[in-house]
Design a protein. Sequence first.
Length: 171
Amino acid sequence: MAKELRVAELRTLPIGSHAAGGVPGLVLDCRGDRATGQVKSRTWILRTTINGKRRFLGIGPLHTIGLSEARARARALRLQILDGRDPLADRKSAKAQSIVERLTALTFGRACDEYISQHRAGWKNHKHAQQWENTLKTYASPILGGMGVGDITAVPAPDLDHQERNSDTLA
């Protein structure tokens, strides 16, 4: 096993990966400018093998997570792996679930309002912004306005028979 790093050494380590000791696979990854040797970031990483594949699990930056906390988190991750779980897959599925929840909570009408407010400054004039608002409110919002953005899979065709049309505008 590698020599255990001490807290006093952490801020003086050069660019490269340095075994922390205490937990197999725990390293402090120091990155920066190789030309000057100046270290820009220091991140805790657990190097391990999951289902026969080499994996690098990010634990967090040194400025947020100290040596003892990094070791504790690395031990917890290793226990999950020994129990047959894949922490990377768990993280990805949790992230995907939060995106789905956020999208279903966001309605199409609110998404349109946010889009217009974010892009209004880039449009050439007030009339252009008004055209966007009117088009979305007239044609899209009656059909999709209350639906969650994540629930929209296909846009239903508009019912043109029920829209009032002036005969001279159809020419």
